[in-house]
Design a binder for this molecule. Sequence first.
Ligand code: COA
Length: 113
Amino acid sequence: MTDVHLCIEVDGEAAGSISILFKQDVNRRSAEIGYFLGQQFWGRGITTAAVVALTEYAFANFDLCRLYAVVFAPNVASARVLQKAGYELEARLHRSITKDGQTMDSLLFAMVK
Ligand SMILES: CC(C)(COP(=O)(O)OP(=O)(O)OC[C@H]1O[C@@H](n2cnc3c(N)ncnc32)[C@H](O)[C@@H]1OP(=O)(O)O)[C@@H](O)C(=O)NCCC(=O)NCCS
């Protein structure tokens, strides 16, 4: 299945993006959601609204039973977005991410239908 990549538009301007990456074979009923938003648009509930809308769209239009996201543990805003959108924290993946020379935990969030 072709992945979905959408622009988040605010007042006619491209403000960010949100995607669904479909998995394959035995994971074919799972998909990963990912997003980013330009800093000047943060704190207005925009990403939460986009995650809610795309989650509903994905479950309604594709044969999925699981949507998930993995966030860097220090990214409190992103974890909060997923919680507000109804995703459940399933696991802390210890020392799973290395970025800019720093190794850190990540958090696995999912919504299951
Ligand atoms: C993470 C990101 C998507 C959030 O987008 P946003 O549109 O500002 O998110 P929302 O406004 O919908 O919600 C953000 C929530 O996080 C909270 N928050 C933000 N910074 C926080 C912090 N440092 N500590 C605690 N809570 C924080 C906000 O208060 C808000 O929660 P509330 O509504 O309960 O007050 C955006 O900051 C971003 O694109 N960051 C860079 C890329 C990224 O991290 N992508 C996600 C990768 S998994």
